[in-house]
Ligand binder design. Structure first.
Ligand SMILES: [Zn+2]
Length: 313
């Protein structure tokens, strides 16, 4: 996007705001935060950094711009967007864990904002060691990561959102699925107790359940997934589970026609060519194989596929 557009948006935002969909709702449950004007400008900048902003990103941009235009003091009052309005899936889909969306309907590349003052900030679902990574395990795809915990430990929402699923479901056991404003969903499985119900609005860090061993689970642990339109993403590619923070506030999603891959938006990528091995690629960028695998949050069992992209810094 071209930066001069911001001026046009700020000066036309009054007109844009008449279209009330971009303004936070006026109901009494609405909460507001006070942030500095320079912080707001950085938020606007973060939308301009996106190559292909989604309609939701544009709503945010208009919303920020309208606040900036009307405010003359050093601090501004920013409302949360209406989490209650999340309608990623239709009502009839609430019984399905992951309603099908066609992969070809997802853009080849897009950036989505994972945390900021509006969406809230990431909070570790449970702070402990990762006992199993994302990837193929004994011929089966492990679509999330496993975090060690004890029965009864408090499991928290990774981001603010709305509860879509909170029930007992097959191998997941007691599972909670949260929808987030940016289109991501997070999944928390094998819980001993559910602490939320479908439709609840949750804040980042709010307790949504207690750790357990329900469903297909050997030993108490949290199975945690991040999905976009039903497609699993590697949580380890987005979140540092040793430092309990996001690698970057914005995530790049790449659709390679087989699956979706997530990367921190500030990372450089390498496209795997036929015949290239972990060793060859690592060597090319002056990395050890272990460093390259750690960057991509996979281990030796992960098989490279030509055409897929790897993070190389
Ligand atoms: Zn698992």
């Amino acid at each position: 996007m071209k930066r001069p557009l911001i001026l046009a948006l700020i000066f036309t935002s009054q007109v844009v705001c008449l279209n009330a969909t971009i303004l936070p709702p006026s109901d009494s449950t609405q909460t507001f935060k006070i942030i500095t004007k320079s912080r707001l400008i950085r938020l606007i900048d973060s939308v301009f950094d996106l190559e292909e902003p989604s309609p939701r990103d544009m709503d945010l941009l208009h919303y920020y711009a309208s606040i900036l235009k009307d405010n003359k003091s050093d601090t501004v009052r920013v409302g949360n967007l209406d989490l209650g309005d999340l309608s990623f899936y239709s009502k009839s889909d609430e019984q399905l864990l992951f309603p099908p969306v066609k992969l070809e309907d997802i853009p080849a590349s897009q950036n989505i904002i994972a945390e900021n003052s509006i969406f809230g900030f990431y909070c570790a679902p449970f702070k402990n060691i990762v006992t199993s990574n994302y990837g193929w395990r004994d011929g089966k795809m492990h679509k999330g990561i496993d975090i060690d915990l004890n029965r009864g430990d408090k499991v928290c929402a990774a981001f603010a959102g709305k509860v879509r699923i909170a029930k007992k479901q097959g191998g997941f056991g007691n599972v909670v699925i949260l929808m987030h404003l940016n289109g991501l969903e997070t999944v928390y499985a094998h819980l001993s107790r559910l602490k939320v119900k479908p439709g609840d609005i949750v804040q980042s860090g709010q307790v949504i359940g207690l750790g357990g061993n329900t469903g297909h689970s050997r030993g108490t642990h949290l199975h945690f997934e991040i999905r976009y339109k039903g497609y699993p993403l590697n949580p380890g590619a987005i979140i540092s589970f040793t430092e309990n923070k996001l690698y970057h506030h914005t995530i790049t999603l790449k659709n390679n026609g087989r699956d979706l891959c997530a990367f921190p938006a500030n990372s450089n990528l390498h496209k795997v060519k036929p015949g290239e091995s972990w060793y060859v690629i690592a060597h090319r960028y002056g990395l050890s194989m272990k460093e390259l695998m750690t960057l991509n949050a996979v281990d030796r069992r992960y098989k490279l596929k030509p055409g897929q992209q790897l993070r190389i810094n």
